[in-house]
Write a protein that binds this ligand. Structure first.
Ligand SMILES: Cc1cc2nc3c(=O)[nH]c(=O)nc-3n(C[C@H](O)[C@H](O)[C@H](O)COP(=O)(O)O)c2cc1C
Length: 199
C-alpha cells in the first residue's frame, strides 16, 4: 500500500475542508492515509480575537498534530495551506524548518508531493504560496507532482496547474467549486507515489 500524509494548516476551516476531500479521495485510490494538522503556534490572545479561528481550532483539536515521523512514514504528501501575504503561514514554516534532521539524513528524497492553497482574493497569492512551498520540497529532493492540466477537473476548478486553489469570502465560504479538482489532485498524487514507491 502507498502511504500518503495529508498535511494541512487552517485557521478558519477552508484548508481543513480541502484536506478532508483529499483524504477521502486518496483512500478511494487505495492509499493508506493519515490526515494531520500543523501545530498551532499563534498566541492564545490572537486566536481569541477571531471567533472563527477559535471555533475551528476547538473543532479540530482531536486531529493528530503533524510530526516528522508522519513525513518519514509517507511515500507522498498532499499539503494544504492558506495564503499569508503570498507565502505559507508561519506555523507551516516552523513545521518545515523542523525537518532539517530528516533532510540531513536523506529521508525526504523521492517523496512525492503536491500542494493546495486558499486566499481571500481570486488573485491574492495562491499560486505564489504553492510554489513557495514547493521550493522547500525541491531542497528535500522530493518529486513535485503538480496537477498541471491533467484532467478537466483542473479547468473547472479555476485552472491552477501548480495545485488546486480556491478563493474564500469573508463569510468563510469557498467561491469556486474545487472539490473535483482536489479529488483529482489527490488521486494523481497517490498514482505517482505508488509508481515510485511500489512495494
Ligand atoms: C496574516 C494574513 C495574511 C493574509 N494574506 C493574504 C493575501 O496575501 N492574499 C489574500 O488574498 N488573502 C490573504 N489572507 C486571507 C487568507 O488567505 C484566508 O483567510 C485563508 O485562505 C483562509 O484559509 P483557512 O480558512 O484554511 O484558514 C491573509 C490572512 C491573514 C490572517
Amino acid at each position: 500500500m502507498t502511504n500518503i500524509a495529508v498535511v494541512y494548516y487552517s485557521s478558519t476551516g477552508t484548508n481543513y475542508k480541502l484536506a478532508k476531500w483529499a483524504e477521502e479521495a486518496a483512500k478511494e485510490a487505495g492509499a493508506e492515509v493519515k490526515l494531520v494538522r500543523v501545530a498551532e503556534t499563534a498566541p492564545e490572545e490572537a486566536i481569541a480575537q477571531n471567533p472563527a479561528w477559535k471555533k475551528h481550532l476547538e473543532e479540530t483539536k482531536d486531529v493528530p498534530v503533524a510530526s516528522n515521523d508522519d513525513l518519514e512514514w509517507a511515500d507522498g504528501f498532499i499539503f494544504s495551506v492558506p495564503t499569508r501575504f503570498g507565502n505559507v503561514p508561519a506555523q507551516v514554516k516552523s513545521f518545515l524548518d523542523a525537518t532539517g534532521g530528516l533532510w540531513f539524513n536523506g529521508k525526504l528524497v523521492n517523496k512525492v508531493v503536491s500542494a493546495m492553497s486558499s486566499a481571500q482574493n481570486p488573485h491574492g497569492g495562491q499560486e505564489q504560496t504553492i510554489t513557495n512551498l514547493y521550493t522547500t520540497m525541491f531542497h528535500w529532493g522530493a518529486i513535485v507532482a503538480a496537477p498541471g492540466y491533467s484532467d478537466q477537473a483542473v479547468f473547472a476548478g479555476g485552472g491552477n496547474p501548480y495545485g488546486t486553489s480556491v478563493t474564500v469570502g469573508q463569510d468563510g465560504n469557498m467561491q469556486e467549486d474545487v472539490e473535483a479538482a482536489v479529488r483529482h489532485q489527490a488521486k494523481r498524487t497517490v498514482d505517482i507515489a505508488s509508481r515510485i514507491h511500489s512495494k
